[in-house]
Write a new protein. Structure first.
Length: 262
C-alpha cells in the first residue's frame, strides 16, 4: 500500500482526481458490489457516530458504507462523481439522498452534517481542497473519519500470495492507502483536531468468483485493454481452479483516522 501525488487539475471535475478513476465503469461498479468487503457492525461502531447522525458519505461508490449506515439508523446523504457507481448508490439509498459531485465541490450548504465519512477514497482527492470542503459542510464539533480496508493475512496460502504479488506489479502509479499524506492535509488546514488512528479487524467470506469480482472492481484492472484484462482474469481463474479454491475466510483490517471540526 502506498500514497501517490494527485494528478494535475483539468477542466473535467472527475478526470483531475487521477487518470485511473476512469477504470470505475459499469463492469467495475457491478464487480465492486460482488467482490468488495462490506462494513460489518464492528467497523460501523468504530466510526464513533452519535445515534441518528446526519452523515455525508463522500465518494460513496455503490453505497456499501452509505447503505450500512442507513440501515443502522443514520440520516445519510452521499456524494459520488462516477455515473456507474452513482446509479447503484441511488438504488441502495434513494435518489434524493444521492448527489452528483466531488470532494472538492461538495453540493451541500455550510454546516449541514454531523459527520463526514470517506471509505477507501481519500487518495483520489485533492487533499487541501477536499479538507476545506469537509470543514465547510461539517457542523461545529462535527466528526470526520477516513477509512481504508485491506486484507491482512500473515499466513495466507500460496495462491493468495502469488495473486497479490502479480497485482502489485500491475499497480504502477495507481493511488491507494494514504497515511501521512492525508494527515498532512488536515494538519495544514488548521480547522481540525489531530487525527486519531485506530484499527479494527474483521473477516470477509469469499470464494473464487468473489475474488475475481474483487479484481474486476480495481480501477487499474478496468483500464487494461480488453484483451489483456480478459487474459489476466482467465489466467487467475485457472490458477484458482488449480489451487481448488472454494469458500475461504480472508482476514481484513480497517484503518480509521478520526478528527473533529474545531
Amino acid at each position: 500500500m502506498r500514497a501517490t501525488a494527485a494528478a494535475a487539475c483539468t477542466t473535467d471535475p472527475v478526470a483531475h482526481l487521477h487518470r485511473n478513476v476512469d477504470g470505475f465503469g459499469e463492469d467495475a461498479a457491478e464487480a465492486y458490489e460482488r467482490g468488495r468487503a462490506g462494513f460489518p457492525p464492528v467497523v460501523l461502531d468504530a466510526l464513533g457516530l452519535a445515534p441518528g447522525s446526519r452523515v455525508l458519505d463522500l465518494a460513496a461508490g455503490t453505497g456499501l458504507l452509505a447503505g450500512a449506515l442507513q440501515d443502522a439508523g443514520h440520516d445519510v446523504v452521499a456524494v459520488e462523481p462516477m455515473p456507474a457507481m452513482r446509479s447503484r448508490l441511488a438504488r441502495r439509498i434513494g435518489e434524493r439522498r444521492t448527489l452528483d459531485g466531488t470532494a472538492e465541490a461538495i453540493p451541500l450548504p455550510d454546516a449541514t452534517v454531523d459527520a463526514v465519512v470517506v471509505a477507501d477514497a481519500f487518495h483520489w482527492f485533492d487533499g487541501p481542497a477536499a479538507v476545506a470542503e469537509i470543514h465547510r459542510v461539517l457542523r461545529p464539533d462535527g466528526r470526520c473519519v477516513l477509512v481504508w480496508r485491506a486484507a491482512e493475512w500473515p499466513d495466507a496460502p500460496e495462491w493468495w500470495r502469488r495473486l497479490w504479488a502479480r497485482m502489485d506489479r500491475l499497480r504502477g502509479d495507481h493511488p491507494g492507502f494514504v497515511g501521512d499524506q492525508g494527515r498532512g492535509a488536515f494538519d495544514r488546514h488548521g480547522g481540525f483536531t489531530a487525527l486519531q488512528h485506530t484499527t479494527v479487524d474483521f473477516d470477509k467470506t469469499s470464494d473464487a468468483e468473489g475474488m475475481l469480482a474483487n479484481l474486476r472492481s480495481i480501477s487499474y484492472v478496468g483500464l487494461l485493454p480488453e484483451n489483456v484484462r480478459r487474459a489476466l482474469l482467465d489466467d487467475v481463474r485457472a490458477d484458482l481452479k488449480d489451487a481448488r479454491v472454494g469458500t475461504f475466510v480472508e482476514p481484513q483490517r480497517a484503518h480509521l483516522w478520526a478528527t473533529r471540526r474545531r
